[in-house]
Design a protein around this ligand. Structure first.
Ligand code: ZN
Length: 466
């Protein structure tokens, strides 16, 4: 067999690993979109580097767009096989891919308007909603903890890895003639103290491991008092300074964690009587999906729901759907909390809220997730005195705060804990994927110290025979 690394090789997006068995069967682990902008990224998203029509099936670790975002393009290019994932991943993927298609549609309209002015031909999106619907129709769900034989050569077992709703480690038993190989793809490894989700499940002994390495050089601030820190910021902004608190947040995962923390405070009668708005249709949909899978919650959450059956809903919370309601929020001046996407404040409605709030020192912009240094969120966290939003520059007069601790990715201690289910001397090879190259080298040292040998950092499009 061989494995080709067609994404998330020495970087964090585009997760896509092509397994070719000795009998010629080819399947993909994930089919993610490369995120960011620039000609190189456009090119990577346009050309897979392999023939989509020859892929027999895809095994999807979780719904995040950097893992699922090119599935519709794979289908558009002739992929006819099944896509295997957990039931919750199917629902979240459907929501995220529909959103991705509609973002592409509106972005391309804008770009083509500019191109027409210069007599350039129109560009086409990577895919549209029809391709999304077709991809979703090819999904077959497999429950957690249930070994499933895809064919005579491949058995898959999804185990909860605690990253987002539905996320899984992919544990494969591959049979080739007289050889059996146990291959585990960790997917994105979650946290051991998530507010909502279970801790990552130990996985069976593997011969080959493909592990993520996003935070391979970091330890997250362990913060059991996160909700009280959030409360301090709310009281300072909304009560003392009578301002607005704007929180850019990813629609899936982060928004629900924030709502759960606010709900806890409300349940304990600690939340001030101010309005909270979630201004993102995708976030509302993601919250609805989350509520349909209480079996994925951890014990803390299940016990809490015996006291409060609506863990994401509290007095004063409103979900905003329409654009006009969203715009109307900017005309209002009373203190409030606005949670809106995107998480890095690069796109989406939150950009408008920041634009209106940034020029007034009464307001606070609170970042709760990883931000690339080039994103608007990253620039704010980096202490920029002035930022460009759409086409204009604005002085940063609002307070900018950051709360660490809401990350959906484990730090290196948590990743090592996850990998401690393994006897390292039985693992023949470890591939590091999904991380920046310099971080991977640090994580490689940590793995060496934990007893793992033969750790390899593959290049983009490199194929390794095993
Ligand atoms: Zn992820």
């Amino acid at each position: 067999m061989k494995i080709g690394f067609y994404g998330a090789a020495k970087e964090v997006t585009g997760s896509k690993h092509l397994v070719t068995l000795d009998n010629g069967t080819q399947f993909l682990l994930d089919c993610g979109l490369f995120q960011g902008s620039g000609e190189e990224i456009d090119e990577w998203n346009k050309n897979f580097g392999f023939d989509a029509s020859k892929i027999s099936y895809v095994i999807l670790s979780h719904a995040h767009i950097d893992h699922s975002g090119l599935l519709p393009k794979l289908v558009k290019e002739g992929f006819k096989g099944k896509i295997y994932c957990t039931p919750a991943t199917k629902d979240v993927t459907e929501a995220l891919l529909e959103d991705s298609a509609s973002i592409q549609e509106s972005d391309i309209k804008f770009v083509n308007k500019e191109r027409q002015k210069n007599n350039l031909p129109d560009l086409k999106p990577l895919y549209d909603i029809k391709d999304v619907n077709k991809a979703i129709s090819q999904i077959e769900t497999v429950a957690y903890d249930t070994p499933f034989n895809i064919d005579d050569s491949v058995q898959v077992l999804f185990l909860d890895n605690g990253h987002i709703l539905g996320s899984a480690s992919v544990n494969l038993v591959l049979k080739e003639k007289d050889k059996t190989t146990r291959l585990t793809f960790t997917g994105d490894i979650g946290r051991y103290n998530n507010r909502i989700l279970r801790t990552p499940q130990a996985f069976p002994q593997a011969d080959i491991i493909l592990t993520e390495s996003t935070y391979g050089d970091k330890i997250h601030d362990p913060d059991p008092n996160l909700k009280f820190k959030l409360l301090e910021i709310i009281e300072d902004t909304c009560i003392r300074r009578k301002g607005k608190l704007i929180i850019p947040a990813f629609s899936v995962g982060r928004t629900q964690e924030l709502l759960s923390a606010l709900n806890d405070l409300s349940f304990e009668n600690k939340l001030p009587k101010i309005k909270t708005y979630v201004d993102s249709p995708l976030s509302e949909r993601a919250t609805d999906i989350m509520e349909t899978y209480p079996e994925c919650y951890n014990d803390r959450m299940k016990a809490f729901m015996k006291k409060d059956p609506d863990p994401f809903g509290f007095k004063g919370l409103t979900f905003i759907q329409s654009k006009s309601e969203s715009q109307a929020l900017n005309e209002r001046h009373e203190p409030c909390i606005i949670i809106s996407a995107s998480g890095m404040a690069e796109a989406g409605r939150v950009k408008h809220h920041i634009l209106h709030a940034i020029v007034n020192s009464r307001n606070t912009i609170l970042m709760v997730g990883y931000c690339s240094p080039y994103s608007l969120g990253g620039k704010l966290v980096g202490g920029a005195k002035e930022v460009k939003i759409f086409r204009s520059y604005f002085p940063v007069k609002a307070q900018v705060k950051k709360l660490n601790g809401f990350s959906a990715h484990g730090d290196y201690v948590e990743m090592l804990k996850f990998l401690s289910s393994q006897n390292p001397s039985d693992v023949k090879k470890v591939f590091l994927v999904h991380g920046d190259e310099n971080v991977m080298h640090v994580f490689k040292n940590h793995l060496n110290e934990a007893g793992f040998q033969n750790i390899y950092i593959p290049n983009y499009k490199e194929e390794v025979a095993l």
